[in-house]
Design a protein around this ligand. Sequence first.
Ligand SMILES: NC(=O)c1ccc[n+]([C@@H]2O[C@H](COP(=O)([O-])OP(=O)(O)OC[C@H]3O[C@@H](n4cnc5c(N)ncnc54)[C@H](OP(=O)(O)O)[C@@H]3O)[C@@H](O)[C@H]2O)c1
Length: 287
Amino acid sequence: MTKKILILGGSSFIGSHFRVILGKRVVPTYNSRKIPGGLKFDAVKQNLADVIKSPEIFEAAIILLGDTHPDSCAKDKIRSRKLNVESIIRIIKVLKKWQLPLIFTSTEFVFDGLKGNYSERVNPNPILTYGRQKLEVEKFIQENCHSYIIVRLGKVYGSDEGDGTIFTNWLKQIRTEKNITVAADQVFSPVFVDDVISAVLVLLEKKAWGLYHLGNDRGFSRRQLLELLMQKMGKKIKITGCSIDDFPLIEKRPKNVSMNTAKIRKVKGIHIRPIGEVLDLIIKKQP
Ligand SMILES: NC(=O)c1ccc[n+]([C@@H]2O[C@H](COP(=O)([O-])OP(=O)(O)OC[C@H]3O[C@@H](n4cnc5c(N)ncnc54)[C@H](OP(=O)(O)O)[C@@H]3O)[C@@H](O)[C@H]2O)c1
C-alpha cells in the first residue's frame, strides 16, 4: 500500500493546493476551517498523538499550520509564539518519535533585508517577530532531526481570482481603478504555489534532506510585479509608488529579502516557472 502524507494545516492556502494535487494520498488537518476528509487538530490545545492513531500509514508530514501574518504575530507575541514555536516543536518531537520525515515551511523573513540575494549559507538575522519564530523552529529541527526538509518560501502566489494572492488581487483593481498605489521599495522572491508543491514532492521523493530557498531567481518589488502584470494584460493604469513604511504596520518590514535559489534549482526534476509564464496562465484563466 502506498503510504500517505500528513498535512498539518491542510486548510491553509498552500495546503489546499497539496490536497488538490495529491487527492487521497494526503491526510489533512484543519483547525477552524473544516475541510473534506480533514481531521480536527488544534495544535495549541491538542496533542498530535491523540489525533493520529496510526502513524505507520504515513511516509512524511508537512507542517504548514501557524499564524502566517507578521503583524498578528507581533501584536500578541505570547499567543503567536505558543502556536508558531511551542506547538510546532511539540509536533516535531512526536514526529521524531514516530521516525517520520518532516517538511517545514519557513520564510524569507528570517533575513533582515539589508542586502538581499541571500543564500542558505548566510546567517539569518530576523527583524520581525514572525521571522524570529520561524528561525527558532528551524534551529530546533536542525539540531534535533535527521530526515527533514526546511524550505524558506518567498511570497507564494496563486492563479485563481479570489485566492487572495498578489497578482489575482490586482486583477479586479486593474479592471476597475484608475490609479493603483503600491510599495516600490520592498524586494522579495515570489513563487507560484504549484511550483512549491512540486518542488517539495521532488525533494521528498529524493530524500534530499536539508535547507532550501524556494522562490523566483531574482527579487521584485510590488511595483515591478504590477508593471509586469499590466504589460501582459495590455493595460495602462497609473501606478503610484510608495514606501512599505507608509503602511500602518506594527513592525517595520525588512526591505530586500530576495533569496538566492541556486541550490534548489540544481536538484534534478525541480522546475520553478518564471513569473511571465505564470502571468500568462493567470490571464488565460480570467472570465
Ligand atoms: N503564503 C505565503 O506566502 C508563505 C510564504 C512563506 C512561508 N509560508 C509558510 O507556509 C505555511 C502555509 O502558509 P499559508 O499562507 O498557506 O497559511 P494560511 O493560509 O495562513 O493557513 C494557516 C494554517 O494554520 C492553521 N492553524 C491556525 N491556527 C491553528 C491552530 N491553533 N492549530 C492548528 N492549526 C492552526 C489554519 O487552520 P484553519 O484555517 O483551519 O484554522 C491553516 O491551515 C505557513 O507555515 C507559512 O508560514 C507561507
